[in-house]
Design a binder for this molecule. Structure first.
Ligand code: FMN
Length: 308
C-alpha cells in the first residue's frame, strides 16, 4: 500500500470529472488505513462483520487531505474564489453571529510588508491566494452600538466563539478548495509577530487574526501525514487515557517507518541534540517545551478583549 497516493493533476479547468460530487467511489478502507499509518491488513478500521463503510466524494477528499505549501503559477479565477468564500460562509457559526472576517491579500506591496514577519512561509509573497482568518467582534459591536445597545461580550467566551467561528470557516474553505483540486496550508506563523501583522492589516479593536491560509494549484503530490489512532483521540462515554503510552509508542514506530525524521529536520537540536529515533512524540514534546507566543494575551488585551 502506498502512503503517498498520487494527487490528481490539477485541472486547467477546476471542474475535472474526478472532482465532482457525483464521481463513483469505492471503499475508503485503504485511505483510512493510510491516515493512521496502518496497512489494510492491520487496520482497525474494518467495521464489525465486514459491513461496508460509507463512501462519498467528500469523505474521499477529507481522507486525502494534506497541507500544500507549493503551488504552480496558475491563477485561481475570481469566480472560483467567490464560490469558495460562499462555502466558507456556509460554515456553522455560533447563534449565526458570524463573528469572523477574512482578509484577502492580493496586493503585492501588502504581501511584501507581511513577508518579513512570516520568514518560515516562503510561499507567502507569490501564492495565488492569501487569506487571513480573523475572529471579529468589532463588526457586531459597531452594529449593536449603532442600535443603541452596549456590547458586553468581548470576554474570554466571546473570544472563543469568534475563534471557533473563524476556524470552522477556514476548514470549510479548505474542504471546498481541496474538493476542486486546490491545495491549502494554514499559517499560524502570522501570530509570531502579531503586533506588526495587526498594524499592517490595520486591525481594529475586537479583531484577532487566528491564522493565514495560502492556497493554489498544487505543484507536487504532497503526502499523507499520519494521525494518532482513533482510540486515543475518541473516548467512549467518558474520558479514558488507558494504555496511552503503549498506543503512542506504537504510533511513533509506525510513523517513523514511513517518515523517519533526519537530524536536519529535528527541532531545538542546540538544546536537546539529535537522535536516530526521533518519533512524533519527541518532536511534539520538544515543541511543547518552549513557550510560544506568550505575548498573544497582551495583544488581545490591547485589542479590547477582557480574557475573563
Ligand atoms: C491552526 C493551524 C496552524 C498552522 N500553522 C502552520 C504554519 O504556520 N506553517 C505551516 O507550514 N503549516 C501550518 N499548519 C499546517 C500543519 O503543520 C499541518 O496541518 C500538520 O502538520 C498536519 O499535516 P497535514 O495538514 O498535511 O495533514 C497549521 C495548521 C493549523 C490547523
Amino acid at each position: 500500500m502506498s502512503h503517498r497516493p498520487q494527487r490528481p493533476e490539477h485541472p486547467e479547468h477546476p471542474k475535472h470529472p474526478e472532482h465532482t460530487d457525483h464521481a463513483a467511489h469505492t471503499d475508503h478502507r485503504e485511505k483510512i488505513a493510510a491516515r493512521y499509518g496502518e496497512t489494510t491488513a492491520t487496520a482497525h478500521t474494518a467495521s464489525p462483520g465486514g459491513a461496508p463503510l460509507p463512501t462519498a466524494a467528500t469523505i474521499d477528499r477529507l481522507l486525502d487531505h494534506r497541507s500544500c505549501r507549493r503551488y504552480t503559477d496558475a491563477p485561481v479565477p475570481e469566480a472560483v474564489l467567490e464560490t469558495l468564500i460562499a462555502c466558507t460562509q456556509s460554515a456553522p457559526t455560533k447563534s449565526n453571529l458570524q463573528q469572523y472576517s477574512i482578509i484577502h491579500i492580493n496586493d503585492s506591496a501588502q504581501r511584501r510588508r507581511l513577508a518579513p514577519h512570516c520568514p518560515k512561509t516562503p510561499q507567502l509573497p507569490t501564492c495565488p491566494i492569501l487569506l487571513i482568518f480573523c475572529a471579529d467582534l468589532a463588526r457586531n459591536k459597531a452594529i449593536a452600538e449603532s442600535r443603541g445597545y452596549g456590547f458586553e461580550n468581548a470576554h474570554l467566551d466571546g473570544l472563543i466563539n469568534g475563534v471557533i467561528d473563524a476556524a470552522m470557516a477556514m476548514q470549510c474553505f479548505i474542504t471546498a478548495a481541496e474538493s476542486i483540486g486546490l491545495g491549502c496550508a494554514a499559517i499560524s506563523e502570522i501570530r509570531d509577530e502579531i503586533d506588526a501583522v495587526a498594524e499592517i492589516l490595520e486591525l481594529p479593536e475586537g479583531v484577532f487574526p487566528i491564522a493565514g491560509l495560502t492556497a493554489g494549484w498544487p505543484a507536487d503530490a504532497g503526502y499523507i501525514n499520519q494521525r494518532l489512532p482513533a482510540d486515543i483521540v475518541m473516548h467512549r462515554d467518558k474520558y479514558d487515557a488507558t494504555d496511552l503510552a503503549a498506543k503512542v509508542s506504537a504510533y511513533d514506530r509506525r510513523r517513523h517507518e514511513i517518515f523517519p525524521t533526519p537530524p536536519s529536520r529535528q527541532i531545538l537540536t542546540d538544546r536537546y541534540g539529535t537522535c536516530d529515533y526521533y518519533p512524533w512524540s519527541e518532536n511534539m514534546a520538544r515543541q511543547m517545551s518552549v513557550r510560544e507566543r506568550a505575548m498573544v494575551a497582551r495583544f488581545l488585551r490591547v485589542q479590547g478583549f477582557e480574557l475573563e
